[in-house]
Design a protein. Structure first.
Length: 146
């Protein structure tokens, strides 16, 4: 596999969080999360992921959400864009986050292990600590869905 194999638009199929001790597997955004991952031939990446059941704001004003609506909308969204590099020797991709939903991600980078089987792309993390628990995040994407 090489960087060219990543080029295109990918549709999110699943998002799973696994404890590294094997005690729990969760789908934090449910069985049908939504998202797009776009890799360009010029080396750019953009990712937008959302919970599928995010509620619309009660107000017709798109900026007029109540504090709890804004919190729920923010927590049900992940988005970033920037450059990417693929390392063939380790089958990893590094996303350089020039812009990001999370201020702590902006200007940084994230690395993911890559498995490509046909039109299915699996990206997963090294073990990481989230809320005091060591986990691995796994996202499965499919190319060519409408």
């Amino acid at each position: 596999m090489n960087a060219h194999d990543l080029v295109g638009t990918w549709f999110l199929i699943s998002f799973v969080v696994r404890r590294t001790d094997g005690s729990e597997i969760r789908e934090p955004w449910g069985p049908t999360p939504t998202g797009r991952l776009i890799y360009t031939a010029e080396g750019h990446v953009a990712a937008v992921l959302t919970k599928p059941d995010r509620r619309r704001f009660v107000s017709a004003d798109p900026t007029g959400g109540a504090p709890e609506e804004i919190k729920e909308a923010f927590e049900g969204l992940e988005a970033y864009a920037g450059r990417y590099e693929f390392d063939e020797s380790t089958s990893t991709v590094r996303h350089y986050t020039d812009v990001a939903r999370l201020p702590s991600w902006q200007g940084g980078s994230v690395e993911r292990f890559v498995i490509l089987q046909g039109n299915e792309l699996t990206l997963y993390t090294e073990p990481m600590m989230i809320r005091g628990v060591e986990v691995v995040l796994t996202l499965v994407w499919r190319r060519g869905l409408d």
